[in-house]
Design a protein around this ligand. Structure first.
Ligand SMILES: Cc1cc2nc3c(=O)[nH]c(=O)nc-3n(C[C@H](O)[C@H](O)[C@H](O)COP(=O)(O)OP(=O)(O)OC[C@H]3O[C@@H](n4cnc5c(N)ncnc54)[C@H](O)[C@@H]3O)c2cc1C
Length: 501
């Protein structure tokens, strides 16, 4: 999601059940685990390694397996000697885990460069941001009544409840499923929001259909490349990211992942994990991980394993579950494809109704749900390192643009959007879960000491969601290992925390 596109809108039970006893055969003699494996070195896996180290202490060996690049969906591409985010790019100011990581790692915030946004319906701009905030407000009110105020209040209420997670985690509480986590934050209302279409929730709130079509749909198209039938909870996460106060990491967001692995003192194992199987020896349960490196295949035993990569659909990790009884089913659900094309060239402003590029005032263009429109958004992007004198290129100059589209752009589509170009770089992503209302939320505990992080993505895919899940799994693994049942799935936490010393 390229949330830098959105300043205009400044005004967000699984059929699988855990196999094995969650209180099950863990430490034989109260000894700490000696080896923990994390599969995946994206932000989820790196943050898990960091939190595991915090909770289990310096003695345990933490191995992080990564088959590709550290960072996973946080990645950059180089254009004309500068690097640009091609994956996860924007972080909300209230994403407290990400903030804390940046602080601990001594990284810097990348300042955002202002730029105006417009919404295009395939023929013309139907909404244009101006230089005057009050004028923008007046126009929104004129066109949509008080829909945008209702929306803002709704998003703020959800965010306020979501923020409780930081308090719960700071007090050491963990949750055994995504449902339990959501329930503790916002009760059954939050869980229902993972099943109900966004458009239904907004209409019930009194938001107009026109506002949904012209404002909400474009935001969903750019953030999740899906339409307004995505679940309301995900829609709210996405709308929160359409507010102001967004930031990114100077030098690239993926620096957080390598930094966390370093401070966790984790062993990065450049290897693809192929299979996992339980190994019971007397009272002790371990997991055997089979893996392939560039040079060899091997296997090793671990006391605790965290899978920090999507398991579902074609994006799946390729990990086979062997010897589990009963056998594991394939997790339901799939991931959505999207293409990020980074173009260095001259935007064809005529296509948007501005024959003279010098009169084109927009940095970002969102689109409505229009048949035949081959792209979701196009935006002028800034490099991951911004020097003091940096300024955004004007449309009459050659600039760097990011286009999101459902399919790779062909030559004629590129020619439609750009008068001419020097370079084109294409990254095909499976960035987000394909949200349907039927598949339910995947489990967190797959087996006694085997955990799955990316089920959280069915409630919302974002760097902070993976970080929240990472902290939860580190706490959960710690409490399960030490049989501290009073720290898992506790009710009425707000009250408990207030009365704790
Ligand atoms: C184009 C795009 C734009 C986005 N925009 C934003 C945004 O603006 N803001 C935001 O907050 N989020 C955004 N996101 C979402 C965000 O990037 C993801 O939610 C987050 O990075 C997921 O991190 P993760 O660690 O959970 O998973 P991943 O980053 O997918 O990490 C999983 C890792 O596991 C590795 N792996 C997989 N299988 C194996 C195996 N068998 N053995 C070893 N290693 C394995 C993979 O190589 C990968 O590195 C965006 C994503 C994309 C793609």
């Amino acid at each position: 999601m390229d949330r830098s596109l959105l300043p205009l809108f400044a005004v967000l039970l699984s059929p699988w059940t855990a196999v094995g006893d969650p209180e099950g055969p863990a430490p034989v003699d109260g000894a700490p685990p000696s080896k923990i494996a994390v599969v995946g070195a994206g932000i989820g896996g790196s943050a898990t390694a960091h939190f595991l180290r915090q909770h289990f202490g310096p003695e345990v060996q933490v191995d992080v397996f990564e088959k590709g690049e550290v960072g996973g969906r946080l990645a950059t591409v180089t254009v004309n000697h500068n690097d640009y985010e091609s994956g996860g790019s924007i972080i909300h100011s209230l994403n407290l885990h990400m903030q804390e990581f940046v602080k601990q790692l001594g990284l810097k915030y990348r300042r955002s460069i202002a730029g105006k946004t417009a919404v295009f319906n395939g023929k013309e701009m139907i909404l244009e941001e101006t230089d005057w905030y009050l004028l923008d407000l007046f126009r929104l009110w004129w066109r949509y009544g008080i829909s945008f105020i209702r929306l803002q209040m709704w998003v703020e209420e959800i965010m306020e409840k979501f923020m409780r997670i930081y308090k719960y985690q700071a007090h050491g509480y963990a949750f055994s499923s995504v449902e339990e986590l959501l329930d503790s934050l916002g009760g059954s209302g939050f869980i229902n929001m993972t099943r109900r279409p966004l458009s239904d929730s907004l209409l019930e709130l009194g938001v107009s259909q026109r506002f949904i079509d012209e404002v909400i749909a474009p935001v969903m198209r750019v953030n999740y490349r899906q339409n307004v039938s995505i679940p309301a909870f995900i829609g709210a996460v996405s709308l929160a990211g359409a507010q102001n106060n967004l930031w990114a990491v100077e030098g690239g967001n993926k620096l957080v992942c390598s930094g966390l692995l370093k401070i966790a003192n984790a062993n990065l194992r450049q290897a693809q994990v192929n299979a996992i199987s339980p190994v019971q020896s007397g009272e002790a349960l371990q997991y055997q991980l089979s893996f392939t490196t560039a040079a060899r295949t091997g296997s090793e035993l671990y006391d605790i394993v965290v899978l920090a990569t999507p398991l579902q659909g074609s994006v799946g990790s390729g990990v086979q579950f062997q010897g589990f009884s009963p056998p594991f089913n394939q997790l339901p659900g799939n991931y959505h494809s999207t293409v990020a094309t980074i173009v260095h060239g001259y935007l064809n402003t005529s296509f948007f109704g501005f024959p003279d590029p010098r009169l084109f005032p927009f940095a970002s263009i969102l689109t409505t749900e229009t048949p035949d429109l081959f792209f979701n958004s196009v935006a002028s992007v800034c490099p991951v390192n911004i020097s003091t004198g940096f300024r955004r290129k004007q449309p009459q100059e050659a600039g760097v643009y990011k286009v999101f589209s459902p399919q790779p752009l062909d030559k004629s589509q590129l020619k439609t959007l750009f008068r001419s170009y020097y370079s084109v770089q294409v990254t095909e992503w499976q960035p987000y879960s394909h949200y349907g209302s039927s598949q339910g939320l995947p489990p967190v505990e797959l087996h006694s000491n085997l955990y799955y992080l990316n089920g959280i993505e069915w409630a919302g895919s974002a760097m902070e969601m993976s970080s929240v899940a990472a902290k939860n799994i580190a706490l959960l693994a710690y409490h399960r290992w030490n049989r501290q049942t009073d720290m898992v799935d506790q009710r009425d936490l707000m009250h408990r925390i207030k009365t704790e010393l």
